[in-house]
Write a protein that binds this ligand. Structure first.
Ligand code: 5CA
Length: 445
């Protein structure tokens, strides 16, 4: 993409309404624009990152054997009356009347609707286990929408639902989700720590939240610092292997890590003092096992192996897809702007032309641009007639992990400059070597 043809409305001033750094940077980098309290338009740069995050979530869900689908945002109140949640959900639910005076609502989550789909089509244990998920907009009329996309009223969420014959199978689904979530967050360059949490309006006994540690996080968290040393890495997982998934679950959840809702001071004091941490975190996901709560309420039973009806065991699993943009920026920025992890960056490489209009510099930039595109990567070329300082400031603000700087002086010596946004280190390289490095970084060589 050439910057002169792109829509990138960066702001020079720091917006007064934004209290935390991720919100400020998303506004300044022209990623989002508020349209009403807690409701945002996603401008091209923000939308690109949102889609990248969504793609990672889809890929990891597919790997775990879960089926993507899509349910409507507007639902009839009837199913919610059946489950009893129409009244229980309270003021967070946006209630709407259609022209026939029928009660409708904007979905805050979808346990009822998915259970209705299940009961209409699945009647035998032979069709299980089954896990389906969607990535869809949700609406919760939060009392205090704030911090930009972090606590929106409209937000983008991955919500998944498992249907299993036995509690044992449903707990495997729980463990499988935990494993797939660990992989998902790591691919986004995040460490998200599973913490024992409270189930709130979703219900159930077993639940973990995934928290990214950040000073601006809304949750108070208590943990054994040894949990921050755990990484999932690129280990191979067989998602059908119950013991293997249970092993990972145990590895990542036995050490003390809890949110304030479930914090137990006595248990925490058993952690060696030098490893006890009290901090703040951003909740980027949550997994639940709630047994037969919704299948009982909505009559979702299947015929078991002995011919008798069995209420199915269920769980649900959420990832805050739009919130993740804020969480990633909170975890990865400096005073100049965002530093995107390579896994989610909106463009792979920024090209800065120090002397636009200089034949040699223009030709070198065009050539780099073409070579980067030929690798299947996306360059963002700052081809504006601007001072170098302004171009660098924009690149630093929008946070592309790699920048190639091209100028007449370097070209005289046959070199361009490759700069890492994260370390700030630059190397002078001949263009072909710079391209080879980019290929290596993004696994294209
Ligand atoms: N049905 C279950 C699992 S699908 C559910 O709704 N879980 S949840 O309430 O925990 O939401 C899932 C994730 O959505 C949360 O972990 C959080 O990351 C994100 N989320 C929740 N509320 C908001 C909000 N107001 N703004 C942005 N993200 C949110």
């Amino acid at each position: 993409m050439r910057m002169t043809r792109y829509f990138l409305p960066v702001l020079k001033e720091t917006p007064a309404e934004a209290q935390i750094v991720s919100h400020r940077l998303m506004l300044r980098a022209g990623m989002i624009k508020q349209s009403a309290a807690g409701i945002y338009s996603w401008l091209p740069l923000g939308y690109k990152v949102l889609k990248n995050i969504e793609t990672i979530v889809h890929e990891e869900q597919a790997r775990a054997g879960h089926h993507a689908m899509l349910m409507p945002t507007i639902q009839s109140a009837d199913l919610w009356r059946e489950s009893g949640r129409y009244d229980d959900y309270g003021e967070e639910m946006l209630r709407i009347k259609d022209r026939h005076d029928r009660d409708m609502l904007f979905t805050p989550t979808a346990e009822e609707l998915i259970t209705d789909i299940f009961r209409a089509h699945v009647s035998s244990y032979k069709d299980m286990p089954l896990t389906m998920y969607q990535i869809q907009w949700k609406f919760r009329d939060e009392r205090r929408p704030r911090f930009g996309v972090m606590r929106g009223r409209e937000f983008y969420m991955k919500d998944g639902y498992n249907f299993d014959l036995t509690k044992e199978d449903a707990l495997h689904a729980y463990n499988r989700h935990l494993v797939s979530y660990l992989r998902t967050y790591e691919r986004m360059g995040l460490q998200a720590i599973p913490m024992r949490a409270d189930s709130g309006p979703i219900g159930g006994d077993d639940t973990h939240e995934f928290l990214v540690l950040a000073e601006t996080g809304e949750s108070e968290v208590f943990y054994d610092s040894a949990v921050t040393e755990l990484t999932f890495g690129d280990r191979e997982i067989d998602y059908d292997d119950h013991a293997q998934c249970a092993g990972v679950m145990e590895e990542f959840t036995t050490k003390y890590a809890r949110t304030d809702e479930t914090h137990d001071e006595a248990l925490f004091n058993e952690v060696p003092e030098e490893r006890r941490r009290v901090a703040r975190g951003i909740e980027v996901g949550q997994i639940f096992y709630f047994g037969t709560k919704y299948s009982d309420a909505l009559g979702a039973t299947v015929q078991g192996p002995d011919g008798k009806p069995v209420a199915v065991h269920m769980g649900s699993h959420g990832i805050g897809v739009s919130r993740l943009l804020g969480a990633i920026i909170e975890a990865s920025h400096d005073d100049k702007g965002i530093i995107w992890p390579e896994g989610v960056t909106p463009f792979h490489v920024g090209i800065v032309n120090l002397k636009q209009g200089d034949d040699e510099a223009d030709a070198a930039c065009d050539s780099l641009y073409a070579q980067i595109e030929a690798m299947g990567l996306e360059p963002l070329y700052d081809d504006r007639n601007e001072r170098a300082g302004g171009k660098f400031a924009t690149m630093d603000l929008i946070g592309l992990p790699w920048r190639i700087t091209v100028g007449p002086r370097g070209l005289k010596n046959g070199v361009v400059e490759l700069t890492s946004r994260k370390t700030g280190e630059s190397e002078e390289l001949v263009p072909a070597v710079a391209i080879a490095k980019i290929a290596e970084i993004y696994g294209k060589s």
